[in-house]
Design a protein around this ligand. Structure first.
Ligand code: NDP
Length: 316
């Protein structure tokens, strides 16, 4: 078909991983085409202030940083496109991808940087304060600092929740952890650490009914004990949700090796290689451990360098 587009490097996703891959690929003359995906700019666009990305001594807002990364990628002539890839076929030597409007792309190399999405409870009040940037967060390492000396609530009972509760406990006056069952899902060692931390209070069998606020910022949380039906209010300025992430990898599942929770498995540790030659991965689509903008950017660089080497080995 004549409208098939041939590209050297297709980058799927526009978080720090995708844009960094684009900067490197563009500067290596790979003429990358980057599809921004459902949430242009990725998870950072829902973060307020980013204070831990090196090189920004005064901090930067998440959306502002993504605008700058996009501009930097475009400066080297990355073809940044609004739209998303809905289907791929990695079964042959040419990697095929289709956009939502049916446009077919044949790529010599593909860099997957589709990221992951934090799961939220879905309560109206939670979403309201999340959108307002008024005290709801799914990343304690990113946002905990803003709640120094204050009271926070964290939902979840897995390893992430334990790690984040412990992190918050070092900054906050008090952390209340809401566990929906009567036990943790987390590994014993992580759960024990939380249980042994003085300023963490654990409420078992407890679910969030409503995130309370003054219309601008969070002021507390109304909770319910799902065994007794008893309701109570907890005073807090920060509401953290740590109930897991979902990697955005569904469209790759038929071709790319994923772990049991959907994260892409590296073919070779210390590289960005997937099981399909010519297809590389960067950022949170393969990382459930670090999940930071700076680590995503680092792996974006790795993916572009690996793609360049792959092409060079093919005599490109
Ligand atoms: P998990 O899926 O392991 O845990 C999610 C937690 O959130 C569970 O306790 C679950 O409760 C709870 N939850 C889910 N939905 C709701 C809800 N609607 N309301 C209240 N609670 C809810 O996710 P994690 O992000 O914690 O971990 C993901 C993976 O990453 C795991 O394999 C983990 O071991 C790993 N990890 C490892 C770390 C480390 O080793 N340092 C650090 C962080 C993560 P329930 O138990 O009732 O289902």
């Amino acid at each position: 078909m004549s409208d098939i587009e041939k590209v050297t490097c297709l980058i799927i996703g526009s978080g720090p991983a995708g844009y960094t891959a684009a900067i490197y690929a563009a500067r290596a003359d790979m003429s990358p085409v980057l599809y921004q995906g459902m949430q242009p700019g990725g998870q950072l666009t829902t973060t307020n202030e980013v204070e831990n990305f090196p090189g920004y001594p005064d901090g930067v807002t998440g959306p502002e940083m993504m605008v700058q990364l996009e501009a930097q990628a475009k400066r080297f002539e990355t073809d940044v496109r609004f739209g998303f890839i809905t289907k791929v076929d990695f079964s042959g030597p040419v990697h095929k991808a289709w956009t939502e409007d049916g446009h077919e792309i044949h790529a010599e190399t593909v860099i997957i940087s589709t990221g992951a999405s934090a799961k939220y409870l879905g309560l109206e009040s939670e979403q309201k304060y999340l959108k307002l940037g008024g005290g709801v967060s799914a990343c304690a390492v990113c946002d905990g600092f803003f709640y120094r000396g204050q009271k926070t609530v964290i939902v979840g009972a897995g390893d992430s929740a334990c790690e984040e509760a412990h992190y918050l406990s070092k900054l906050c006056e008090k952390v209340t952890m809401l566990v929906r069952r009567d036990e943790f899902r987390a590994s014993k060692i992580m759960a024990e650490r939380v249980k042994n931390t003085e300023n963490i209070e654990i409420l078992y069998n407890t679910e969030t009914e409503e995130v309370l606020g003054d219309g601008q910022v969070v002021t507390g949380v109304r909770v319910k004990n799902n065994k007794t039906g008893e309701e109570s209010t907890i005073e807090a300025t920060g509401f953290f949700v740590a109930i897991g992430h979902k990697p955005n990898t569904d469209i790759f599942a038929d071709y790319i090796n994923l772990d049991e929770t959907g994260y892409i498995k590296y073919e070779k540790p210390g590289t960005s290689l997937t099981n399909v030659p010519g297809v590389f991965v960067a950022g949170d689509a393969a990382d459930h451990v670090y999940r930071q903008a700076v680590t995503a950017a680092g792996t974006g660089c790795m993916a572009a360098l690996d793609a360049e080497r792959y092409l060079a080995a093919k005599g490109h």
